[in-house]
Design a protein around this ligand. Structure first.
Ligand code: HEC
Ligand code: HEC
Length: 306
């Protein structure tokens, strides 16, 4: 008996809510388009960073796991705008720069100002009786999507151009496939070989300090395995194309000497020109500097105790 009543109420209440949004918030359609283009990749159904979804007005108003992100009528106190302006860090969008233009920022400001005082008092828990259609959108995300869903929320908070600690530590940016594999400075990932990838060494704690820097908690064993699987498969992008081997790129690997010359089981190519500073013993913590050879092995320039 109650079901039809709820349905009837639903049809009565829903159009009213929509009419309010359309009537009093003329900027909403533009705001929605902007969020869709710049934010929903990380604040949507597949990956809701910080529990915040920006793929509908209701979800935006429901806020993040920290609470509301907009305060109706008070843009300056709204975390949404503070993140967009970089007053609160890390600045959004996390993929920036570029950040939002002045005109786009003004658009969001105007929309928050136009919100009715009671607009944000939306229940944070969607009605449990209502099935969530978006919940089924996660059919079979690609390997990289699953990796990004682990790395972006845990690493990009610091490893983005304007993160929690300012510029990305060591220049390592974890916001996209391209930035993770950017080897101009150094290769943090050697496609095909997790053991030669400093990123893996850091999340396993073989190389110190262990990442994420704000851990524990560190990544779960299953998440570490997923990342190793992705690198072993050639670190493919979302289209499944493996990344090219960054031949000649510099590497700096931390770990434990497990043989002459092996780093936690990774064979090292030591040649006549290699500088080995101290009398190194197996079992000792070392730092290896070198480069990626054309066959994917690590040519060593220097090994020293750490
Ligand atoms: C590449 C992924 C990514 C993109 C793109 C992105 N975000 Fe975020 N966002 C995050 C992550 C990760 C966090 C959590 C960071 C933290 O505070 O530690 C976050 C946090 C936030 C928060 C803070 C929530 C709270 O309560 O603390 C707001 C607000 C926010 N984002 C808004 C936006 C807006 C607006 C855009 C688009 C203009 C955007 N984000 C684009 C990943 C992203
Ligand atoms: C709270 C901030 C913070 C977070 C979160 C964080 N890092 Fe870091 N990361 C740092 C700092 C600081 C350094 C430099 C530390 C050092 O080596 O002295 C660093 C260094 C690194 C390096 C070494 C770069 C190099 O050139 O040697 C890698 C790789 C790395 N982080 C990966 C990650 C990964 C992967 C995650 C997520 C699982 C992560 N970080 C999360 C702050 C952070």
């Amino acid at each position: 008996m109650k079901k039809w009543l709820l349905l009837l109420l639903g049809t009565l209440v829903w159009p009213l809510g929509t009419a309010t949004a359309q009537g009093m918030e003329p900027d909403w359609p533009e705001v929605q388009k902007l969020l869709e283009n710049r934010c929903v990749i990380c604040h949507g159904a597949a990956l809701a960073s910080q529990g915040l979804r920006l793929d509908s007005r209701e979800r935006l108003l429901a806020g993040s796991s920290n609470g509301p992100v907009v305060i109706a009528g008070s843009p300056d106190e709204s975390e949404l705008l503070r993140r967009i302006r970089g007053e609160s860090l890390p600045r959004m969008p996390l993929t920036g720069p570029p950040y939002l233009s002045d005109a786009e920022t003004a658009l969001i400001l105007g929309w928050i100002r136009s919100l009715a005082p009671d607009a944000a008092s939306v229940s944070r828990d969607p009605d449990p009786a209502t099935p969530e259609p978006e919940a089924q959108a996660l059919e079979d995300p690609g390997l990289f999507s699953r990796v990004a869903a682990v790395l972006v929320p845990r690493c990009a908070t610091c490893h983005s151009p304007n993160g929690r600690m300012g510029p990305a530590p060591e220049g390592f940016v974890a916001t996209s496939h391209a930035s993770l594999l950017d080897a101009r400075e150094r290769a943090w990932i050697v496609p095909g070989d997790p053991r030669a990838s400093e990123l893996v060494r850091r999340i396993r704690g073989q190389s110190l300090p262990r990442m994420p820097f704000d851990g524990p908690p560190y990544l779960s064993a299953a998440d570490i395995e997923l990342i190793e699987e992705w690198i072993a498969a050639g670190a493919p992008n979302d289209q499944g194309q493996p990344a090219p081997l960054p031949v000649g790129a510099r590497v700096r690997l931390g770990g434990t000497l497990s043989g002459h010359w092996q780093l936690d089981g990774l064979p090292l190519k030591v040649a006549a020109g290699t500088r080995i500073r101290e009398n190194l013993r197996v079992g000792q913590r070392v730092e290896v500097r070198g480069w990626v050879e054309s066959d994917g092995t690590i040519g060593v320039e220097r090994i020293r105790a750490r």
